[in-house]
Ligand binder design. Sequence first.
Ligand code: GRF
Length: 200
Amino acid sequence: MSIAIFASGNGSNFEAIVRYSREQNWTTSVSLLVVDREDAGAIERAKRLEVPYYVVSPKHFPSKLEYEEALLELMEKHGVEWIVLAGYLRIVGDTLLEPFEGKMVNIHPSLLPSFPGLHAVEQAWGYGVKVTGVTVHFVDAGLDSGQIIAQRAVEVDEMDTIDMLTNKIHEVEHQVYPETIWKVVTGEVAYSPMIIVVSG
Ligand code: GRF
């Protein structure tokens, strides 16, 4: 059994997870990185860390269905039990999601349900919030809407610039994501999606 990490960009969370998993001697290890772009910075990190990586670009498939079928095949080939999204800039479709329901997690740079979607740090900054943070959640069919597993607050100081805030959020992500992944993988945190009923 193993973990696959999916990324589209820089890959700093990917690296933090791999390093932590090695320090802590995880019995379920990160066996591969999947990126959807040839220019993802995560590739260089995978080479350095000697983690096998695959570039699977949706551009090379006629449809999202076929793209995700190829990903699923890759997961089966590597005995992947858990998918960790770390800056993977795509909405996961049913083809991949259904077999991994409750086995796929994501990290988002805000305190969800505030500021879902792209540019969450910029959205929070633009809104003038005084506290933001990071959220780790199970993935469902919505946009950053799955069951919340862990959150950590980050204060916005008066002297902060948006770059400083972004860096603070990344630092917190690099701590909270690896720790939370291990809690999920070991069953300390269970998947129990709720139906939220808003009335009134
Ligand atoms: C992180 O801020 C994460 O919360 C968001 O995408 C960013 C990825 O950063 N989902 P990196 O590629 O891991 O450096």
